[in-house]
Design a protein around this ligand. Structure first.
Ligand SMILES: *Cc1c(COP(=O)(O)O)cnc(C)c1O
Length: 417
C-alpha cells in the first residue's frame, strides 16, 4: 500500500480534491449544529482523528464525567442507600425514558430505559405475541436483521409456539396476513444503511390485523422517528450509538399507551411490580411504562446516559436529519469524485427517503482497507464479507471529516490497484 497522500499530490485530480475541501470548509462554517461538537470529547485540530463510527459507539459527551463523578462520590459514596430516593435513582428508568421520548416521537409515559437491546427485543416480541389472538400463528422477521434480533425472534417463536418467517423488510407489509401475529423489523439496516418505510409497513401490518415491533438502533438520534403518529405498537433501541450513552449503556423499550394495560412481560421482575417493596409472593404488574422494567437498574450507566442526553436540549431532530443527509450526500460525492472507479461502490440508497445516517461501500478486502484507514486516522468499521461502514453523527461530524475520509480512502485504493 502506498504512503498517505492527502497533503501533496498534484495533477487534475488534485484540483477536484481541493475544490471539494473548500466546499467542506464552507459547509462547516454555515452549519448551525457545528457548535455542538465542542460538547464532545473530540479533538478539533485539522489532524484530529476522523471518527465515523458513532453508529457503533457514540463519542463521549463532556457532561458525562462530572456527572458520573458526582454520582459515584456524593450519591453513592456519601448518601449510599438514601440515593435510591433522594437522588432519584429508583425512578431513573422512566425519567430518562421520558427524555428519549421526544427523540422517537413518543408522548411521555411510554418509554422505559434498562437492560440491553437484545433483552428488550425479547420482552417486546413475546409481549406482542401475547397481545395477539391464538389463531395468529406466525411471527415475521426482517430477513437482513441484525443477528441478535433474529436469534431472539427464533427463541420467542419457540417459546410462544409460533413459527418464524424471515422476509425482506420492504416486503413485510405485503407478506403479512391473517396468520401473522407480529413483525419485527429494523428501521435502518445496519449493513447497508437503508432506511425502511416505518409508517407504510406499520399501516400494512395493522391492515392485516398484526402488530409492529420496530428496532430503532440505527435511526433514533440520527433522524426523526414518529412512534405515536405512525401507530407503532412496540419499539426498542440502543443508546450507545447515536445517543452517545457510552459502552453498554442501557437500551429502551416503548410500549404504546393503549397496549400498556395488556402488556404482559415475559420477564416480570420485581422492579415492574405495582408495589415492589411490598415483597408480595404473587405478581401484580405496575401501570404504565415501569411495567417494562425487570430488575435493579444499571444506575451508573443510566446516569451517564442521562448526562449524555443533555446535548439534545434545544436541538431539533429535523435539523439533525438535514445535516445527516447533507453529510452523506457530500461524502458520496467525494467518493464518486476521488475514489478510483469501481474500487468502492456505494450500497446505501441515493434516495433520501431510503437512507439512514451511514454510508456503506462495497469493497473487496474491506477488512484490510478499514485497518489501513484507521492507521491513517480515519475510523469507521467493516461488516463481512465486503462492506466498509461510515457512520455520520450530525451532532459532531464535520463536512471536513467526510472529505478527509474519502480522500484517505482514495489514497489507499489507488495504492492497491
Ligand atoms: C446495535 C444493535 C443491537 C445491539 O444489541 P445489544 O443487546 O445492545 O448488544 C441490536 N439490534 C440492532 C439492530 C443493532 O443495531
Amino acid at each position: 500500500m502506498s504512503q498517505p497522500s492527502p497533503a501533496a499530490p498534484a495533477g487534475p485530480d488534485e484540483a477536484v480534491a481541493r475544490d471539494l475541501a473548500d466546499r467542506a470548509a464552507v459547509l462547516d462554517a454555515a452549519d448551525p449544529l457545528a457548535p455542538l461538537r465542542k460538547r464532545f470529547e473530540l479533538d478539533d485540530g485539522p489532524d484530529a482523528e476522523v471518527y465515523l463510527d458513532g453508529n457503533s459507539l457514540g463519542a463521549l459527551p463532556r457532561a458525562v464525567l462530572p456527572r458520573l463523578t458526582d454520582t459515584v462520590t456524593r450519591e453513592w459514596g456519601a448518601l449510599r442507600i438514601r440515593s435510591w430516593e433522594e437522588s432519584g435513582w429508583w425512578t431513573a428508568p422512566e425519567r430518562i425514558g421520558d427524555r428519549i421520548a421526544p427523540l422517537v416521537g413518543a408522548a411521555p409515559g411510554q418509554v422505559v430505559v434498562g437492560d440491553s437491546t437484545s433483552v428488550n427485543v425479547f420482552k417486546a416480541l413475546v409481549a406482542a405475541v401475547r397481545l395477539a389472538s391464538e389463531d395468529r400463528t406466525e411471527i415475521l422477521v426482517d430477513a437482513a436483521t441484525f443477528p441478535t434480533d433474529g436469534y431472539i425472534a427464533e427463541s420467542a417463536a419457540r417459546l410462544t409456539g409460533r413459527t418464524l418467517r424471515a422476509v425482506p423488510a420492504e416486503r413485510i407489509g405485503a407478506e403479512a396476513g391473517p396468520r401473522t401475529a407480529v413483525a419485527l423489523a429494523n428501521h435502518a439496516d445496519y449493513r447497508t444503511g437503508r432506511l425502511h418505510d416505518l409508517r407504510g409497513t406499520t399501516a400494512a401490518l395493522h391492515a392485516a390485523g398484526a402488530l409492529a415491533v420496530w428496532d430503532l438502533c440505527h435511526s433514533a438520534g440520527a433522524l426523526p422517528v414518529r412512534l405515536d403518529a405512525d401507530g407503532v405498537d412496540l419499539a426498542v433501541g440502543c443508546t450507545y450509538k447515536y445517543l452517545n450513552g457510552g459502552p453498554g449503556a442501557p437500551a429502551y423499550l416503548y410500549v404504546r399507551r393503549e397496549h400498556q394495560p395488556r402488556f404482559d412481560s415475559p420477564l416480570p421482575g420485581w422492579n415492574s411490580h405495582a408495589d415492589p417493596f411490598g415483597m408480595a409472593p404473587s405478581y401484580t404488574p405496575a401501570e404504565g411504562a415501569p411495567r417494562g422494567r425487570v430488575g435493579t437498574p444499571e444506575i451508573l450507566s443510566l446516569l451517564a446516559l442521562d448526562a449524555a442526553l443533555d446535548v439534545w436540549d434545544g436541538v431539533a431532530v429535523a435539523d439533525v436529519r438535514a445535516k445527516s443527509l447533507a453529510l452523506t450526500d457530500f461524502f458520496l460525492e467525494c467518493v464518486a469524485a476521488l475514489v478510483p472507479g469501481g474500487r468502492a461502490e456505494p450500497v446505501t440508497p441515493v434516495e433520501h427517503a431510503e437512507r439512514g445516517s451511514q454510508v456503506s461501500l462495497r469493497c473487496p478486502d474491506a477488512r484490510a482497507v478499514m485497518r489501513e484507514l484507521a492507521v491513517r486516522g480515519v475510523v469507521g468499521d467493516h461488516r463481512p464479507p465486503d462492506l466498509l461502514r461510515f457512520g455520520f453523527t450530525p451532532l459532531y461530524t464535520r463536512f471536513t471529516d467526510a472529505w478527509r475520509a474519502a480522500r484517505v480512502l482514495a489514497g489507499i485504493l489507488e495504492g492497491t490497484r
